[in-house]
Design a protein around this ligand. Structure first.
Ligand code: CA
Length: 348
C-alpha cells in the first residue's frame, strides 16, 4: 500500500477579522436625519430635524471570498474627535391660556455602541437585528425656558457621559460588502452600514417633565481590506504573504496549507503529524493535540487519477471532512485493494 500526501484548497468558507472606519453619509435626505420631538405635555409638542455627521468603527468577521459579514461590533474610535455629531436643534411652542416654551439643543454628540459584543449578522443577506446596537448622545445641552400656567421653569440640562440619552436600534439593519479590487494577497470591499435607531428619554427639571424622542436611519460607509482567505491571513502573519498552499516552506513534509489547518507556524516541524501507512491495515492520520482549526477532507484513489471522498465507514469518528477541532489519531481502515493512495485536502 502506498501513501500520498497532497493538499489542495477548496471551497473556502471561513472568516477573518477586519476593522473598518465608517463615515456618516451626507446629502441623502433618507439617512442620517434624526427627527427629534420634545413633549412637555399640555399639547405643546414640537419637533426638529438634526443632521448626523462624523464617524464610527466596525469590527467585522468577514468571509473574504464571499464578501459576507457574520459578526459586527460597532464602537467609537480612540481619538476624542471621533464619534457622531448631531447639528443643533430648537423647539418652541405656545398655546393661549396654557403657556409656552423655547428650548434649544446644542453641541449634541454621541456614538453607536454594542452592549453585548459581538453583534450577529446573517451572512447571506447582511441583515441584523438592530436592537443589538445602541445610539448614545453623551455631549451637548438642552437649554431654554418654559412658562406654563403662570409658572416659569428654566431648563438647563447638560448631557454628559454620566447622564447620556440612549436608545436602541430598531428593526432590521444591514451591512453590505461590495467587491472593489484584488491586489496581491488582499481583497478590498466597500462597506455600507444602515442602522435604524429610536431614542426615548424624559428630562425632569423642577415641575417640568419633558419627553424627548428621536428616530431616524443612520447610514455610513467605508473601505475595508482583508486577506483574500483565512489561509492567506496565516501567510501574512507568518511573514510569507501569499505563499503557495501546496509548497512546503520548511521542508518537513507537511505543505503550508496543512500546517495552517493544523494550527502550526511555518517553521514548526510537523513531522510527527504526517499521515502514515499501517501495513496491511490502512492509514493513520495523527492530528496535533490542539486540534485542527479548519476542516480536513480525506480523499482516496487507487490510480492517482480519480479521487473520491473516503467513505465515512472507513474512518474512525465517522466524519469526512474531519471537522475543525478534531484531535488524536484518526485511523483509516484498508480497502482490500492491492494499493491505495490517500490525500488530505484543506477546506479553508
Ligand atoms: Ca511544512
Amino acid at each position: 500500500m502506498v501513501r500520498l500526501l497532497l493538499v489542495l484548497l477548496i471551497s473556502p468558507a471561513a472568516a477573518v477579522p477586519a476593522t473598518v472606519e465608517l463615515a456618516a453619509v451626507t446629502g441623502d435626505p433618507s439617512f442620517n436625519q434624526l427627527q427629534i420631538t420634545v413633549d412637555p405635555g399640555f399639547g405643546l409638542t414640537d419637533s426638529d430635524v438634526s443632521q448626523v455627521t462624523g464617524n464610527l468603527f466596525a469590527d467585522l468577521e468577514v468571509d473574504p471570498l464571499l464578501g459576507q459579514v457574520s459578526e459586527m461590533t460597532l464602537r467609537n474610535g480612540e481619538d476624542p474627535d471621533d464619534g457622531l455629531r448631531a447639528t443643533d436643534v430648537s423647539f418652541s411652542r405656545s398655546v393661549i391660556l396654557v403657556g409656552g416654551y423655547s428650548v434649544s439643543g446644542n453641541g449634541l454628540a454621541g456614538e453607536i455602541f454594542t452592549p453585548s459584543p459581538p453583534g450577529v449578522v446573517t451572512p447571506g443577506t447582511g441583515e441584523f437585528d438592530a436592537s443589538q446596537y445602541s445610539f448614545l448622545l453623551d455631549q451637548g445641552t438642552l437649554a431654554g425656558s418654559a412658562r406654563i400656567f403662570g409658572t416659569t421653569t428654566l431648563l438647563d440640562q447638560v448631557i454628559t457621559p454620566a447622564e447620556p440619552i440612549t436608545g436602541p436600534g430598531a428593526g432590521t439593519g444591514t451591512v453590505l460588502l461590495t467587491f472593489v479590487e484584488d491586489a496581491g494577497p488582499f481583497r478590498t470591499y466597500a462597506v455600507l452600514l444602515t442602522l435604524p435607531v429610536t431614542i426615548s428619554d424624559t428630562f425632569v427639571d423642577g415641575s417640568l417633565s419633558v419627553d424627548v424622542t428621536a428616530s431616524g436611519t443612520l447610514r455610513a460607509e467605508g473601505i475595508v481590506q482583508v486577506p483574500r482567505s483565512e489561509y492567506v491571513a496565516w501567510t501574512l502573519a507568518e511573514g510569507i504573504p501569499g505563499a503557495d498552499p501546496q509548497a512546503d516552506i520548511n521542508g518537513d513534509g507537511i505543505p503550508n496549507a496543512l500546517a495552517w489547518a493544523y494550527g502550526l507556524g511555518k517553521d514548526d516541524d510537523a513531522g510527527a503529524w504526517r499521515p502514515a501507512v499501517t501495513p496491511g491495515k490502512g492509514f493513520e492520520i495523527p492530528l496535533p493535540p490542539g486540534g485542527i482549526i479548519a476542516p480536513v477532507r480525506v480523499r482516496v484513489s487507487q490510480n492517482l487519477g480519480g479521487w473520491t471522498d473516503l467513505p465515512v465507514e472507513r474512518i474512525s469518528g465517522g466524519q469526512n471532512p474531519l471537522p475543525a477541532g478534531s484531535t488524536g489519531t484518526i485511523t483509516v481502515s484498508g480497502s482490500g485493494a492491492a494499493r491505495e493512495f490517500l490525500r488530505l485536502e484543506v477546506e479553508e
